[in-house]
Design a protein around this ligand. Structure first.
Ligand SMILES: Cc1ncc(COP(=O)(O)O)c(C=O)c1O
Length: 390
């Protein structure tokens, strides 16, 4: 099995979504709304809401929030992210969104005149504009690989790596509209062969797909917390492979990116020596109250078991795709390789979208597809009602 194509280990998900809803997502049992929109915004579990409120309350009297509280929250997030991705904790920089990590790569990698960066057409703009803007300033070029039948053409992406001057490939692990999953193992091997930096936007795939960064070589991986990680807006992380620290210049520069910045007695003894971990790439001061929420959400996911969460999401998306196909509705996400996004293209997406809305099914319409995005709280009844409304 490829590390990035997911075959559920358990035939039946061991998650108990009913119990999870009672404890963490009570509103889902209270009305008729079915939330199929984690690809847009992940709902906050109660533990995350409580952690944020508690932090904000204490923040009213800043003297009750010590440095240990503030930095402890950030440490906790980095540790939980490292556990989820099997990256070393020293390779995790907290970030406010996905774009922060893509921008870091676009402006910080050693790229200049004569170099080329490969991206696919149809990428979410967070993985396009930073490259286009940095190319204008820094003199490298961006080669945009056309889509095939409206979705990512992975073979063409690999073929483009042979172009002269290619130094980096930047790709979404799962496409925001199609849900098409890129084979990271394959892209990683191809990039490695040619000494090309691999940059990944993981926001639409993690943790619906398992990730082992100690095994799959990726140079920079950017992930916002606001969708599948069920974390607050303004949270996220950037993974940077330790071996490229030397080559990736911190951009922009934070006053706590340097080695001795923890010693507040010597702040003006300026010494531009970067920290020896990925915190050199963090933009301090971060919003501690938001990361308090992220820590709680990530702890919940860890306690549920990342593999269990992934299995449950995967099975739910699979059932949606299979059900749609049985109704002769075109499936855009691949049944044989998908993450949590189940994208379908009915004959008239606007009419179907309106029908789903009337049925209380929260979803998105993207690029002419209906995008359904179940998560750990999705029940069999949610899936049946969604398929009925389709
Ligand atoms: C693939 C992809 N990347 C990035 C983003 C968002 O970027 P950011 O976290 O910078 O807001 C989205 C959706 O909003 C997305 O679907």
């Amino acid at each position: 099995m490829s590390g990035n194509t997911f075959t559920p280990r358990n035939p039946v998900s061991p998650l108990d979504p009913d119990r999870l809803r009672r404890e963490q997502f009570a509103w889902m049992n209270a009305g008729d709304t079915i939330y199929m929109n984690a690809a847009s915004t992940g709902p906050s579990p109660q533990c995350s809401v409580d952690a944020q409120i508690d932090f904000v309350r204490r923040r009213a009297m800043p003297q009750t929030v010590g440095f240990d509280d503030q930095f402890g929250i950030l440490d906790k997030c980095r540790t939980l992210i490292s556990g989820m991705t099997n990256a070393d904790v020293s390779e995790i920089a907290l970030a406010i969104n996905t774009g922060a990590g893509i921008n870091l790569a676009a402006w910080g990698l050693p790229l200049g005149v004569g170099d080329e960066v490969v991206v696919s057409d149809g990428e979410f703009p967070a993985n396009m504009y930073p490259w286009l803007a940095a190319a204008q300033s820094r003199g490298f070029t961006v080669h945009v690989v056309p889509l095939r039948n409206g979705v990512l053409d992975e073979d063409a992406l690999v073929a483009a790596l042979h172009r002269p001057g290619v130094r980096a490939l930047s790709v979404s692990w799962a496409g925001f509209a199609s849900g098409i999953v890129a084979d990271l193992d394959r892209l990683s091997a191809e990039c490695r062969k040619r000494d090309v930096f691999l940059v990944v936007d993981a926001i639409q795939a993690l943790p619906a797909l398992p990730l082992d960064l100690a095994r799959t070589r990726i140079d920079v991986l950017a992930c916002g917390g606001q969708k599948w990680l069920l974390s607050p807006w303004g949270t996220g992380f950037t993974y940077v492979r330790r071996d490229i620290f030397r080559m990736l210049t911190p951009q922009p520069v934070s006053w706590m990116g340097v080695r001795d910045s923890d010693d507040f007695r010597r702040l003006v003894d300026y010494d531009l020596t970067w920290r020896d971990n990925a915190r050199r790439y963090e933009q301090v001061t971060l919003a501690y109250q938001d990361f308090a929420g992220m820590a709680a959400s990530l702890e919940l996911l860890r306690d549920l078991g990342i593999a269990n969460v992934a299995t449950h999401i995967h099975q739910s998306a699979q059932q949606l795709l299979q059900g749609a196909r049985e109704k002769d509705i075109e499936t855009v996400s691949r049944i044989e390789r998908h993450a949590g996004i189940a994208s379908v293209r009915p004959a008239d997406a606007a009419v179907t979208g309106a029908r789903l809305e009337r049925a209380g099914i929260i979803h998105s319409v993207r690029e002419g597809t209906i995008r359904l995005a179940p998560h750990c709280y999705t029940t069999a009844d949610d899936i049946a009602r969604t398929l009925d409304a389709l």
